[in-house]
Design a protein around this ligand. Structure first.
Ligand code: MRU
Length: 372
């Protein structure tokens, strides 16, 4: 993989035939883009956290395969062979990280497109072309979707403010430009509040052990001149008790049909704190983060990552900081139960609870999109 330096908040750089990913392990000290030549490079970049964040993972995976097939000089097989080649590669890419549903959702949609193309095309080339075009649409659609999340979220939060005119918001992990094709989900809501002059201040947690908050979210907030303060994860409850935040907004890796939400480890603790202090707790995520096949969060697979992320500084990238010989439990995500969530902010609007104090996400999706 060759590398190139630049000053940018763009995690995914793509032009047909060329994909570069910003190596997020090096931020905030260095901005370096890695060239991704195919699905194997894509899989490794996702597993090794070069690129992370549910929407960015899905798009990077899809485009890594697009550059691989763009570079094929010839393909020895029929249109149906091309479809099964793509389908197998997509299954492989999905195996890179298990929790975010966006990746498997993208793979399922892309498989449907290539199967359809194979049924009408006579040559493999046409199937590859259909795949490349569909993966490029995913990149284009994501920014528009995030801007819509930002704008729905900002107006909803402001409408539901009790007394103050401006809002201070606490967020967790990184859900910004670096976690998406641009703008961000929960961080998109913060960007939108700031753009409308409605943000008093943003607070971001460090987000141990990988420090997506201190390394990435803090970097984005400073880059955009958004008034912001970094706190240790363990300072969140004290911040709430001090009355310094009006809302908590986080992203999602997978939202079950009842609203239970898998997100970065520590999200559940924030939701418990918010409930105790009577602070609204919002999840901001595109509809592609919703998994209607799961009735509740109980069946969401939680990725467990290397003990090195805790034993060594900088989420495993630096020197040893923990006592040798200690055993480690390192789940990358946790499940926040729906009863702790005030609303789910999507690109189509905010999903709130029904009279029965529960989310009817299936009903919402059917009404808004006619299913998805
Ligand atoms: O392990 P990560 O950095 O991929 O975890 C990311 C998160 O938990 C984000 O909150 C989530 O993917 C939403 S990103 C818009």
């Amino acid at each position: 993989m060759e590398a190139e330096s630049s000053n940018s908040l763009q995690s995914i750089r793509y032009k047909r035939g060329r994909l570069q990913l910003l190596d997020q392990r090096r931020l905030p000290l260095e901005t370096l883009y890695l060239d991704i030549h195919g699905a194997t490079d894509g899989w490794e970049a996702i597993r090794d956290m070069v690129v992370r964040g549910a929407p960015a993972i899905a798009i990077a995976a899809a485009l890594s395969l697009a550059v691989e097939v763009s570079a094929l000089d010839s393909f020895n097989g029929s249109a149906a062979d091309a479809a099964s080649f793509l389908s197998n590669k997509l299954d492989y890419l999905v195996s890179s990280r298990p929790t975010a549903v966006n990746l498997s959702d993208a793979a399922t949609k892309l498989k449907e497109i290539v199967m359809k193309a194979a049924s009408s095309a006579s040559e493999a080339k046409a199937v590859f072309q259909a795949y490349i075009e569909a993966s490029e649409v995913m990149l284009e659609d994501d920014v528009a979707s995030n801007k819509a999340i930002g704008s729905y979220g900002a107006s909803f939060i402001v409408q539901h403010l009790k007394d103050s005119k401006k809002v201070s918001v606490l967020t967790h992990c990184n859900t910004g430009s670096l976690a998406t094709a641009g703008y961000g989900t929960a961080l998109g809501v913060i960007r939108s509040l700031h753009a409308d002059g409605l943000l008093e201040s943003a607070y971001c947690t460090e987000t141990r052990p990988f420090n997506q908050g201190s390394r990435l979210t803090a970097f984005e907030l400073v880059h955009d001149n958004i008034p912001a303060t970094l706190i240790a994860d363990s300072a969140a409850a004290a911040l709430m008790k001090a009355g310094r935040v009006n809302a908590v907004i986080v992203g999602a890796d997978r939202v079950a049909a009842n609203g239970d939400t898998a997100n970065k480890i520590g999200t559940y603790s924030l939701a418990l704190g918010a409930m105790h202090h009577n602070i609204p707790f919002y999840v901001a995520a595109p509809l592609t983060s919703i998994d209607l096949s799961l009735a509740s969060g109980q069946d969401i697979v939680i990725e467990e990552r290397s003990s090195k992320e805790l034993l060594n500084s900088r989420g495993g990238l630096g020197e040893q900081v923990a006592a040798s010989g200690i055993s480690v439990w390192n789940p990358a995500f946790d499940i926040t139960p729906a009863n702790l969530i005030s609303g789910i902010i999507t690109e189509k609007g905010v999903i709130t609870k029904t009279k029965l104090d529960a989310f009817d996400i299936k009903g919402y999706v059917e009404k808004i999109c006619g299913g998805h």
